[in-house]
Design a protein around this ligand. Structure first.
Ligand SMILES: [Zn+2]
Length: 334
């Protein structure tokens, strides 16, 4: 299913397997006031307030009104919008799509095809393969078949990527904009000194590079896509140098968790080489140890946006990022 299918369905609705119809009074008696307001009166719950916003445990999300299964937790992803987000419904004909031009916007509303409950909207900026983001109100859903605790399941799903491409303040600032990224930690890796300090690393004698370690949800962002953003956002063709920063601590490096990541890194470099005038000199090596940097280096851009470095070096990078990778960024919506 993709955006063209959504537009098709909005013109030619799919026939549901069954229908559930009730009077307004019956729905009112069945639902809580908030569920009634959202589903029967096309309401929107406030962002980040819904019960299922942060839920990632396995299960099926059914229509709160009629109980029809609508979404599977395996298609749920962290969109950063404050509403539960899914890439596709469990079955084509359980959702009805309706062009919605209210509030001066041109959107596609999604409704339960069985009982006409308003669920939310669908947008063409979701992760692949569908490229869709079903932005759904928690109040429209009832979750069934829950499994283990949320945190445990989520932890199992997350993957780690470690990359270095010059000053970590920069890389951290742009990678944390990506949808699917749960955390970015600045640190040191690739050298031999244990628990190095910033001053030691800057001295150049430790062998370490300034790197960031990213925890991400591969259901929302693939390792290959994360690397592509990394390669486009820094210069991988200058040996031991990034802009004005010179030294092995500023080398371009991908530190891999396993053979699969190493193979993906090589493939991405090959794919992107034609876009660079000079050869890509990025090192790909297994990660031995990662040492988080001192606290004041973490989230540097977020805590020091007024500093000259942030204004002159990081801001232009973020602008470039927003232009190139619009579809991959954490977005707002309803
Ligand atoms: Zn329904």
């Amino acid at each position: 299913m993709n955006w063209n299918d959504v537009l098709d369905h909005s013109r030619n609705p799919a026939t549901p397997d069954t229908r559930v119809e009730k009077t307004d009074a019956e729905w009112k008696a069945l639902l809580t006031p908030e569920q009634y307001r959202v589903t029967r009166q096309h309401g929107t719950e406030r962002a980040f307030t819904g019960e299922y916003c942060e839920a990632h445990a396995p299960g099926i999300y059914a229509c709160v009104c009629c109980g029809t299964p609508l979404f599977d937790s395996t298609t749920k992803f962290e969109s950063g919008t404050g509403w539960p987000s899914f890439t596709e419904p469990v079955q084509d004909n359980v959702i009805r799509y309706k062009r919605d031009t209210s509030y001066g916007m041109d959107r596609v509303e999604v409704l339960c095809n069985i009982c006409d409950a308003h669920l939310g909207h669908v947008f063409p900026d979701g992760p692949r393969p569908s490229g869709l983001r079903f932005c759904i109100n928690s109040a429209s859903l009832r979750k069934t078949e829950s499994g283990d605790g949320d945190t445990e399941t989520k932890e199992k799903v997350l993957e780690t990527a470690t990359v270095g491409g010059g000053c970590f303040w920069c890389i951290e600032a742009y990678l944390e904009q990506l949808r699917g990224v749960e955390s970015v930690v600045s640190g040191y890796a690739g050298g031999s000194t244990e628990r190095p300090t910033y001053e030691q690393v800057c001295g150049g004698g430790t062998g370490h590079a300034e790197v960031v370690q990213v925890r991400f949800d591969p259901r929302a962002l693939s390792y290959a896509d994360l690397l592509k953003v990394f390669f486009i956002m820094h210069n991988p063709t200058t040996l031991n140098r990034q802009g004005a920063d010179v030294g092995t601590q500023y080398r371009s490096v991908v530190l891999t968790e396993n053979e699969e990541q190493a193979a993906t890194a090589q493939a991405v470099m090959q794919e992107l080489q034609p876009y660079f005038e000079k050869p890509i000199v990025t090192e790909v090596q297994p990660l031995q140890a990662f040492y988080p940097a001192e606290a004041h280096h973490q989230g540097y851009y977020r805590t020091n946006p007024q500093r000259a470095y942030c204004q002159s070096v990081i801001n232009p990078k973020l602008a470039k990022m927003r232009e190139y990778f619009k579809g991959h960024l954490k977005t707002q919506g309803a």
